[in-house]
Ligand binder design. Structure first.
Ligand code: GLV
Length: 305
């Protein structure tokens, strides 16, 4: 339906086979285009910009835009847009669901049932961790972080956070570093932007501070967590478990993670409801149409000069 609406405005070059682009086919497709509708997995960096002289706008169907090199795009006079706000509540729902599923071992126990193993039940099997009344640490107190905190309040959780700056409008306890936050909480939920500024913000030291009763939940970007350190922490049980919707090198997920107990792993679906994906597509289309019609663009990336 979105492609049909796009076709009403533009001449389209789309990936008809529904196969991921290769780096070469991506550049080849872009090089004949004035605009692109991208997902967070489609890079727009100097390599692409160098071959795409006519490109004027890239509309990312994601709130995160770490796949864009925004300064290079600005220098090449390419507008960057994203899809903020429309996915905030849905992604917060998912982050909280992932926390609960991890704490209560929902997918591991479901696999056990589906494998016909219920007769092997023991009293302590799949004993998880309490969610209500526990302490939640939020790494990144932006729009989605604040929406996750609202959900946690209904579960009588105490809330603390770390972000680059203290957020004056929220009443939660602020910690100046990720490590201090991790040491204080039962659940550490990562919901920062990706990119160089947050790379490996959750490293071996932060995981050690989280400790063997602590859970890591990542609904941000795989790059924020040192994945090798996380695998080691899970294997040595120096943390209690992890709920991961994002990975260092998507769509590749190392077998050490796929085989780990006390984990829930999902394929980057934080904003994936029918309604929210529709709203994201609508906003992308509005961004593209506004640009070419010379109207104010609804969701320009703030860093876009
Ligand atoms: C998804 O990861 C997004 O940034 O919207």
């Amino acid at each position: 339906e979105v492609l049909e609406r796009l076709a009403g405005h533009f001449e389209l070059r789309s990936n008809q086979d529904d196969m991921p682009w290769t780096p070469e086919s991506w550049i080849a497709a872009l090089s004949s285009c004035q605009g692109a509708l991208t997902t967070g997995a489609d890079p727009i960096r100097p390599e692409q910009l160098a071959s795409c002289a006519d490109l004027r706008i890239c509309a990312n169907m994601a709130v995160g835009f770490n796949n864009f090199d925004v300064p290079a795009m600005s220098a090449a006079r390419v507008v960057a847009t994203n899809t903020p706000d429309v996915l905030t509540e849905t992604t917060a729902d998912f982050g909280f669901a992932l926390l609960m599923a991890t704490a209560r071992r929902m997918t591991e126990s479901e696999h056990f049932l589906r494998a016909g193993r219920w007769t092997q039940w023991r009293y302590d099997l799949f004993a998880g961790a309490e969610v209500h009344g526990s302490t939640l640490g939020i790494l990144g107190m932006g729009r989605i972080g604040q929406a996750i905190a609202k959900r946690a309040l209904a579960f009588d959780m105490s809330i603390a956070y770390h972000s680059r700056h203290r957020v004056e409008s929220v009443p939660y306890t602020y910690f100046a570093t990720a490590k201090e936050l991790a040491a204080h909480v039962d659940y550490l939920v990562v919901i920062t932007p990706g990119g160089a500024g947050t790379k490996h913000l959750v490293n071996a030291e932060v995981l050690a501070a989280l400790g063997n009763k602590g859970y890591l939940i990542n609904v941000a970007r795989g790059s924020v967590v040192d994945q090798a350190a996380l695998i080691e922490a899970l294997q040595k049980k120096t943390i209690a478990g992890a709920g991961l919707d994002v990975f260092a090198d998507e769509p590749r997920v190392p077998s050490e993670l796929r085989l780990a107990n006390h984990t829930v792993l999902t394929p980057h679906i934080g904003s994936a409801t029918q309604q929210t994906r529709q709203a994201m597509a609508d906003l992308c289309l509005a961004n593209l149409a506004a640009h070419f019609e010379g109207q104010p663009i609804p969701a320009l990336v703030p860093e876009c000069a």
